[in-house]
Design a protein around this ligand. Sequence first.
Ligand SMILES: C[S@@+](CC[C@H](N)C(=O)[O-])C[C@H]1O[C@@H](n2cnc3c(N)ncnc32)[C@H](O)[C@@H]1O
Length: 383
Amino acid sequence: MTTLPEPSQEALAVSHRLEAELRRSIEQAGGWISFAHYMEQALYAHGLGYYSAGSHKFGAPGDFVTAPEISPMFGATLAQQIAELLPQTAGNIYEFGAGSGRLALDLLRELEALDCLPTRYLIMDLSPDLIERQRATLQRELPHLAGRIEWLSALPDTLDGVIIGNEVLDAMPCELLHWTPGAQQRGVCLTPQGFAWQDRPISDPQLQQQVQGITIQGDDYLSEVNLNNLAFMRTLGAQLTRGAILLIDYGFPRAEYYHPQRHMGTLIGHYRHHTIDDPFRLVGLMDLTSHVDFSLVAQAGIDAGLDLIGYTTQAQFLINCGISAVMQRLDPEDVKVWAPQAAALQQLMSPSEMGELFKVIGFGKGVSIDWTGFAQGDRCYSL
Ligand SMILES: C[S@@+](CC[C@H](N)C(=O)[O-])C[C@H]1O[C@@H](n2cnc3c(N)ncnc32)[C@H](O)[C@@H]1O
């Protein structure tokens, strides 16, 4: 077992309360809950879950880093694509899962410089703790734009604008499946030693339907299916009257996702920059995520009436949108600024870091432009 940095007594107390709540949920459900139910509580239980309690989460003092936290060039480059799309809509940006508020800040700064500010910048997040951080960051850095920025507690009935989400799909609770070779749903039960796995026949017709579309090789194969990603795309498809959706996350098309070599699945925990493969450790103190099945996301979007515009790697998308030009704004003589940004660029773009694993998928409805981000190297075919 990996030796991990010790959580504080306060953090452990929160974790123990969350464990007790999860035990109660399992007992009330008759001794078993689905993994998605477990993950939902571990991440989002009111006041106790990873995203609902006070842990730091992002950057060096946190558990993981995301592209907007690595460099403002990420948001500045993404803004080039958004600036093309916004004028074809009512001009709103809807950001899902805004984290620390860093992406919103960088996008708004760049869009202001491009004279293309959104009419409104609307943020939807499930984490009260992060919403507070977003408010503080944006109020401090962009007080003159405060009137345009809003937080929504529920999705409006209609959306007209550009929807964005960086690393949101991976944070949605997923179901676990165990193929032996037939598929069973893996859930969580209680033993005297604590939480334990238990496989059961699949009773949810929606999950059954998804599993039927997956081909597995091997007779002891674990993986995930994310019904929340499906529901999310259905909702966006139904509610978007006009506009575009840009989702950035790590994952693969289906053939790669359910590859024989990935027989242990993609579910992983992140705690202080360590990866942990046992989701029953440090309950509520570590992030839990799974990679995204982009074929599922693409199909769900198409079925919901969206046009699939493109699917490509983060590196290709950022190149297409001109990240080199954004980097060239910096003065190489100013080594203190330039050198860390050159390293950040490498992290965002390198195939061995985020460049290949992270993908960008784009959907449209009622907008007609040639999206710069997908101009070269479109890989829709592999979906
Ligand atoms: C991994 S963090 C990414 C944060 C930020 N986008 C970034 O790149 O730094 C995931 C974020 O998604 C939020 N989230 C997860 N599911 C969501 C949902 N269904 N709607 C809105 N936000 C969600 C979490 O609260 C959190 O802010």
